[in-house]
Design a protein around this ligand. Structure first.
Ligand code: ADP
Ligand code: MG
Length: 342
């Protein structure tokens, strides 16, 4: 037994990143912001470039027994673009790196790239490079996305102020419920391959899991409305985890109202079928790729009643803590379960 050995699970993902990167030196004045936001910010004369990387690992982030390769390629791009939009930036280029085993045929990898090209077309980004290498068994896809934003428009996690409103786009928890259905049907198939999968009435949540979209539309929409978010993050790990990130980066607390969290009716009813609390799915499920952001109180009138945007709470001083008001009116501390791959 090595007494100096620390297990990864003792630190968790964020503790590990913090430990590995806390002594990072900065050698260039053009590095405006590094580790700690959805994307790094690099000065490029009058404008900023933003850069973000995400990796998808077979068996951890996806299961090819139900995720079609084309969808996987699409999703690998989209989850990276989501981080670029979370900086209020426009995504412009991506690089794609893959590690593949001889388990995959050329045709299979062409399917993967069909999805990658499809996402590039829809989001108007250019595939400009990458790397290809072998892997002993599984498939690994790493995408780096680059975007552009003016200095005035860039939005970081750290910009929220006390009393500002916490707003979320779209609805939450659907991708997580889609995953539950896919896992259930996979198990049914393993137990009895003759049984046809029961996928009636779950189209929406399956699409949210297998073919998510990044909210480029919301970034443009907010510009049209004349609303500039003061802080922003994309929801990859669940609302609770992301709200905590905004609070910590902005040195604030927050109050979120459970009853205000937007949840689609299909998500709601399938969660009930699984005897899960729909709010818990929204708070801790993940992979929604919606945007969570703060706006000034005076901007409320511009987004009031908007079908794409829901005000779910507000920021408080740090001392008040991070809380959620449940449906019974009780204040309960917000805790991040999120994904912990370790
Ligand atoms: P997101 O969920 O938005 O993709 P992550 O939680 O993956 O962000 O990462 C949080 C921050 O830590 C980001 O700024 C990311 O660039 C940085 N980061 C993650 N892993 C590493 C690493 N191994 N080395 C350096 N920075 C990292
Ligand atoms: Mg992010």
């Amino acid at each position: 037994m090595d007494e100096n050995r620390t297990e990864l699970e003792d630190l968790g993902e964020f503790g590990l990143i913090e430990k590995l990167t806390k002594n990072t030196e900065k050698y260039h004045a053009s590095t405006i912001a590094g580790v700690g936001d959805d994307a790094a910010i690099i000065s490029d004369g009058d404008n900023y470039k933003v850069v973000s990387t995400d990796m998808l690992v077979e068996g951890v982030h996806f299961d090819l027994s139900y995720a079609p390769l084309m969808h996987l390629g699409y999703k690998a791009v989209v989850v990276n673009l989501s981080d670029i939009y979370a900086m209020n930036a426009d995504a412009t280029q991506i690089t794609v790196s893959i590690a593949v085993s001889n388990r995959f045929s050329v045709e299979a990898l062409e399917e993967l790239y069909k999805g990658i090209h499809k996402a590039c077309e829809l989001y108007q980004v250019d595939l400009v490079g990458g790397d290809t290498t072998s892997s002993p068994a599984g498939l690994i896809i790493s995408v780096t996305a680059i975007g552009e934003v003016t200095k005035e428009d860039v939005v970081m996690r750290s910009g929220a102020k006390e009393n500002e409103l916490l707003v979320v786009s779209g609805n939450l928890g659907a991708a997580y419920m889609g995953l539950q259905v896919l896992e259930r049907e996979k198990q049914v198939f393993i137990d009895n391959p003759d049984i046809q999968p029961d996928l009636v009435g779950v189209d929406y949540i399956l699409e949210r899991q297998l073919k998510p979209e990044a909210r480029k539309d919301i970034i443009h929409y907010l510009k049209e409305l004349g609303v500039r978010p003061t802080s922003m993050i994309d929801i990859s790990d669940g609302l609770a985890s992301e709200a905590i990130h905004l609070c910590q980066a902005s040195d604030l607390g927050c109050t979120i109202y459970d009853e205000k969290i937007p949840i689609d009716t299909e998500t709601h009813s399938i969660a009930r079928d699984f005897e899960l609390d729909p709010s818990m799915c929204a708070l801790n499920g993940g992979e929604d790729y919606e945007l969570l952001f703060s706006i000034k109180q005076e901007d409320f009138d511009r987004i009031k009643g908007n079908e794409h945007l829901a005000v779910i709470g507000h920021f408080t001083d740090k001392g008040s803590g991070m809380n959620i008001v449940d449906r019974g009116g009780q204040l309960v501390p917000l805790v991040a379960q999120g994904w912990n791959h370790f």
